[in-house]
Design a binder for this molecule. Structure first.
Ligand SMILES: Cc1cc2nc3c(=O)[nH]c(=O)nc-3n(C[C@H](O)[C@H](O)[C@H](O)COP(=O)(O)OP(=O)(O)OC[C@H]3O[C@@H](n4cnc5c(N)ncnc54)[C@H](O)[C@@H]3O)c2cc1C
Length: 318
């Protein structure tokens, strides 16, 4: 879409108090540092502003919400319509009723882990090493070291595409391994999380253990999107994790241009510098094909791929 077409889209949008930009490269907002422009990028100022956007945005305009892009591969042709990123107003963290934290969906998982530690609450340490936001964690049911967001979730607050506010229980969202059944159109704005009273020093020690283990085993400083593929169900993979299948199919370190399967953790793809989204997606598909051909196991993408290929019309969301 051209700048002129983006401007025409702006004309059809309600007036907002937050930030509104046209033709913004989404590579600035993704960990992979790849991705074409958003026709329009919006950071609503607060919940009222978000409601104004949703109530006033014509139904035919596609709307895509992103967090900090740590699980996203945005294709090189960019994303049609409006891309929404929550502003810092949605990042508040407040203690509630002794063992709970009410957290905005733009809060970083690591900030929430630290707030829980400061409040003397255990059970949220696993968030210390996940680089996304609470919104992304709700959508992905993010987890690590035996815990997932659903284990700590009391309720989640979300807006639908028409601007109506809903409160969900974890059961209502259908949360399971790296997935929720909640409709794609939902925009999470808040979560209520529950911990248990714990010893601050022990919580700190557990968080240090988690972040240390990650630094030793994952390319956390690289341009990456975290785990590329979900671990397949044990009955289909003979109990092998995705990284073991990728390794077994001979893909550790495999490179196509600047896209590479990490040597350190082979379920991570890496942009070594100038990879495009197409390079990374093609490499991911090569890995899937080799694992299928050599080991007979189908890998499913965990990374969310969105947008259109360079010079092509919009692809369906995966
Ligand atoms: C180095 C590294 C390590 C990682 N380790 C882990 C790990 O241990 N465990 C794990 O589970 N993940 C891990 N990840 C993946 C990633 O951090 C998580 O999936 C995270 O929850 C994504 O959050 P985000 O804010 O970056 O979301 P994004 O990547 O921006 O978006 C991911 C999905 O969430 C949706 N989304 C984002 N915000 C909202 C919102 N407010 N409302 C509705 N939908 C929303 C997007 O539409 C998209 O579908 C890792 C990633 C990296 C780069």
């Amino acid at each position: 879409m051209s700048e002129a077409a983006s401007r025409a889209l702006l004309e059809r949008m309600p007036r907002l108090r937050g930030t509104v930009m046209t033709q913004v490269p989404l590579s600035r907002y993704t960990w992979f540092r790849v991705g074409g422009p958003a026709d329009v990028l919006v950071l609503p100022k607060d919940e009222d502003d978000l409601k104004t956007l949703l109530e006033g945005l014509p139904a035919d305009v596609p709307l895509t919400v992103i967090g900090v892009g740590s699980n996203l591969l945005v294709r090189d042709g960019g994303v049609a319509g409006v891309v929404l990123r929550l502003s810092p107003d949605f990042a508040r963290i407040r203690p509630e009723g002794g063992t709970r934290l009410r957290v905005g969906a733009a809060a970083l998982d690591a900030q929430v882990a630290r707030a829980a530690r400061d409040a003397g609450l255990t059970g949220l340490e696993f968030l210390a090493g996940i680089p996304g936001t609470i919104g992304g964690a709700l959508r992905m049911n993010a987890g690590a070291y035996g815990r997932e967001l659903k284990d700590a979730l009391v309720e989640a607050v979300a807006y639908d595409r028409a601007g109506a506010r809903h409160v969900f229980t974890p059961e209502g969202l259908g949360m399971r391994y790296r997935h929720t059944d909640a409709p794609e159109e939902l925009i999470f704005v808040e979560a209520l999380l529950e911990g248990r009273p714990g010893d601050r020093a022990a919580i700190s020690a557990r968080m240090d253990e988690i972040t240390g283990a990650r630094a030793a085993t994952q390319p956390i400083k690289a341009r990456t999107g975290g785990s590329t593929f979900k671990n397949p169900p044990a009955e289909l993979s003979g109990g092998r994790k995705a990284w073991q299948l990728i390794d077994g199919a001979g893909c550790r370190g495999l490179a196509q241009g600047d896209a590479q399967v990490s040597e350190q953790h082979c379920n991570f793809l890496i942009n070594r510098g100038n990879a495009s989204a197409a390079d990374l997606e093609r490499l991911g598909e090569t890995v899937r094909a080799r694992v299928r051909a050599r080991l007979g196991v189908e890998l499913d993408w965990e990374i969310k791929r969105i947008g259109r290929e360079a010079g092509e019309s919009e692809k369906a969301r995966d």
